[in-house]
Write a protein that binds this ligand. Structure first.
Ligand code: ADP
Length: 398
């Protein structure tokens, strides 16, 4: 079955048309700067299909217009969506709250509930709703499925998901650890079991999803037992632009002494912190270049990032007791050998070793970077959230 997967952000839409069984990608692309003026002449839509790139350069006033233009590009590239035998549209939805923890067929009621959950994800859920509404308007006869980023963590143990705040306040306002990147953690941990040739139920593992956003999870069998992100995607690891964990007292301090309001602090911690806040750049390729020039701030950013990552690896080793695999995934995890080496340095006594030649080998596929005889398999496994969403949607409607 062919599925159109849509990841709708506040000013962008990423999409992919793929075959849920074979994983073959028919076309993929991104719409950017939705609702913004276009000044620099760079394309607002880039659509890739059959090895060619098709672009749109004009302004894109809103999400529905963006999707309509994308459909035109499908036609221009020889894959008219009407002829593609589309079985479903799969939407990535960031926050499912306590309500959604399975792939869900989208109805008016489901859309309303996703919108109601916006207080938990004010940047993401409204943008997801706009993407859903646009796609439903343009493809009224195709079943649409929501796949939630929080779903994989719905069943976290109480001790892991409960914040130690007044229980009545927490219950009244949905305050708990929800976790994010769940589609990736679920997909990658399944791939790990396949790679190891083992039944997933028997594998204890740590997955490190290190992209622009970053999160780690501890997984026992097919259940996540802990994860670093929390009520929002701000908690946990240091990220490209997000601080991750900090003393909540820092917020009060800044509000009281730095003339900042809640929105200022929100912007500071979500957009101007993390690697970017410490070094000025948020991309690990640029960070690596700065470190090579001897830039002390860049080196500190790297060290803080690794320090936080190792803290959680240690925590999850203890939580799981026995760990069979530690896996790196997403942009940084899949590509940055220095991050992988530093994250697992000097852990031989825990059965964790990284083979330097395997770690630096140029290879894009799922691979082992520990020696074959190491007690803990250290792996690099490419994530594929689009495929996971397509398969979830196909399974639901098929
Ligand atoms: P997102 O979280 O937006 O899905 P990705 O998982 O694609 O992001 O990760 C994007 C990040 O991956 C980039 O910001 C960059 O820091 C990092 N990255 C991508 N390629 C490389 C590379 N070759 N070496 C180091 N880091 C890389």
């Amino acid at each position: 079955m062919k599925v159109l997967v849509i990841n709708s952000g506040s000013s962008s839409i990423k999409y992919q048309l793929l075959d849920a069984n074979s994983a073959d990608v028919v076309a993929s692309g991104v719409v950017q700067r939705i609702g913004e003026p276009v000044a620099d002449g760079s394309p607002t839509i880039e659509h890739k299909s059959d090895g060619k790139t098709f672009t749109h350069d004009g302004a894109v006033p809103d999400h529905a217009a963006g999707l309509r233009l994308v459909f035109d590009l499908f036609t221009e590239s020889g894959h008219d969506l009407a002829d593609e035998n589309l079985g479903a549209v799969g939407h990535r939805v960031v926050h499912g709250g306590e309500v959604f923890y399975e792939p869900t067929l989208i109805t008016d009621e489901v859309v309303r509930t996703i919108a109601d959950l916006s207080s938990l994800a004010p940047l993401h859920n409204p943008a997801n709703v706009v993407g859903i509404e646009s796609a439903r308007g343009l493809l009224p006869d195709i079943p649409q499925v929501a796949v939630f980023d929080t779903a994989f963590f719905h069943h976290l143990p109480d001790a892991a998901k409960t914040y130690a705040v007044d229980a009545k306040v927490a219950a009244a306002h949905g305050v708990r650890k929800y976790g994010f990147h769940g589609t990736s953690h679920d997909y990658v941990s399944g791939q790990v079991a396949k790679f190891l040739g083992r039944d997933r139920a028997d594998v204890n593992q740590i997955v490190l999803h290190l992209g622009n956003g970053a999160s780690a999870s501890a997984i026992r069998g097919d259940r996540a037992v802990d994860t670093t992100m929390g009520l929002t995607p701000l908690e946990g690891l240091v990220m490209g632009t997000r601080s991750g964990d900090l003393d909540p007292g820092i917020l009060f301090h800044l509000i009281r002494t730095a003339d900042m309001n809640v929105d200022d602090v929100d912007a500071l911690l979500n957009r101007n912190s993390g690697i970017k806040g410490l070094s000025g750049v948020n991309d690990f390729r640029e960070l690596g270049q700065l470190i090579e020039t001897g830039d002390a701030a860049a080196q500190l950013a790297f060290d803080v990032y690794i320090h936080r990552l190792r803290r959680y690896i240690g925590a999850y080793l203890v939580e799981l007791g026995r760990v069979d695999a530690i896996t790196f995934t997403a942009g940084v995890g899949e590509n940055d050998a220095k991050v992988r080496a530093a994250a697992l340095k000097d852990l031989e006594r825990y059965g964790i070793r990284v083979d330097a030649a395997r770690n630096t080998a140029k290879d894009r596929s799922a691979r082992r970077i520990s020696p074959d005889d190491a007690e803990v398999a250290v792996l690099v496994v490419p994530t594929n959230e689009e495929l996971a969403i397509a398969r979830a949607a196909a399974a639901l409607v098929g």
